[in-house]
Design a protein around this ligand. Structure first.
Ligand SMILES: [Zn+2]
Length: 375
């Protein structure tokens, strides 16, 4: 049994508590919250400077791309980014790829991350995930711009989904983005959902060229798709990414990036921002004022577009660019992501949960870039 206390306790299901105590079992299960440390025998207390909060949820990652760390230049823009990933993939041995995945997971754990919403295009990450060090919601991604290959790709990713589920790992087939999936396949993907507890994640409005593609039928993305001979139905009758998302006709959605979104019109949806990746690829940030902070999650994206898999560094960017208080920011880092991904035992210090415990430093009501994992 442990009694942890710091300057402030952030349970996230209720307001922060000054010098509150978090009572947990040796396995990290929350037993109780005590309103003040004076109520506990001093000798039993573990006293820290800083704040205590639940483990972080990395709501958007591509763990399988970890081998690309430092391989892609900053500010390359999306089309070049996607092409470079596809080209570089063949330069690495399977052993290198598996090692990079293992290292990336160790890094996430050290940075206080307890669960990940992870995009999968293959089975490279499955060995690591089966070890159960972190919890994963696997989004098996459908990406196919050629009409004649749609069915074949769908069968291939259904097979990948099956392998994850057989390994007792949560897995849902999701569309990559509005510009890589046709209307027909959007319908097929939402029909493939088996339970209302599942979540569909999709990359939305990550680049200016995505907005241009649907609005004006021109721009870098349009040129790329057109030159490569992609299915014109992808852009032909669709006027915006948000209109494409409606084709999914599905309740539980997480829209990722929204870097160039002017407004969001799905109050019920979850939104996920990846600030450092946006700065890396497009050198810009989303307009945070358009989001409802209660529905906002945060992700690192992959090591192809980030130097670290660290949620604390992501929320420091949010802190710098919004007027959200620490409590709202920590909800974005933990509670909202756990809710969106359906990790009911994570995200807050409610009794009975096993959410992980992070000690984070703060100064003048601002979080600082210093973290220690306590449980
Ligand atoms: Zn992504």
């Amino acid at each position: 049994m442990r009694f942890l206390t710091a300057d402030y306790l952030f349970p996230l299901y209720r307001n922060p508590i000054k010098e509150g105590v978090l009572q947990i079992s040796d396995e990290g299960k929350v037993i109780d919250i005590i309103d003040h440390r004076s109520k506990i025998d001093f000798k039993k207390l573990e006293i820290y400077e800083g704040i205590l909060c639940p483990g972080f949820i990395n709501a958007h990652c591509h763990l399988e791309l970890s081998f690309l760390k430092g391989e892609i230049d900053k500010g390359t823009k999306l089309v070049t980014f996607i092409n470079t990933i596809r080209k570089k993939r063949n330069n690495y041995s399977q052993e290198d790829i598996l090692k990079s995945i293992e290292h990336a997971e160790i890094e996430m754990k050290k940075n206080g991350i307890v669960a990940v919403g992870d995009i999968c295009n293959n089975l490279d990450t499955i060995i690591q995930k089966k070890k159960g060090n972190l919890q994963y919601y696997n989004f098996v991604e459908f990406f196919q711009i050629f009409k004649e290959k749609e069915e074949e790709t769908f069968l291939k990713i259904k097979e990948i989904q099956k392998k994850f589920i057989e390994s007792k790992l949560k897995a849902t087939i999701v569309p990559h983005s509005p510009y890589t999936v046709s209307t027909e396949m959007m319908g097929k993907i939402s029909k493939n959902i088996n339970s209302q507890n599942e979540l569909i994640s999709i990359h939305v409005e990550e680049s200016k060229s995505e907005i241009e593609l649907f609005k004006n039928k021109k721009g870098a993305l349009y040129d790329w798709l057109n030159n490569i001979g992609a299915n014109p139905q992808i852009w032909f009758k669709r006027n915006s990414s948000r209109a494409v998302v409606k084709e999914l006709n599905f309740k539980k959605l997480m829209l990722v990036h929204n870097t160039f979104s002017k407004k969001v019109d799905f109050e019920e949806n979850y939104y996920c921002v990846c600030p450092k990746a946006n700065l890396y690829i497009e050198k810009t940030l989303p307009n945070f004022s358009i989001f409802n902070p209660k529905k906002l999650c945060v992700g690192t994206d992959s090591l192809a577009s980030n130097n670290k898999l660290c949620i604390l560094e992501e929320i420091l960017e949010i802190q710098k660019n919004t007027d959200y208080d620490i409590n709202s920011i920590l909800k974005i880092a933990s509670k909202n992501g756990a809710e969106a991904l359906g990790f009911t035992e994570l995200g807050t210090f409610s009794k009975g949960k096993k959410p992980g415990v992070n000690l984070v430093q703060y100064k003048n009501n601002k979080l600082q870039n210093q973290i220690k994992v306590l449980a």
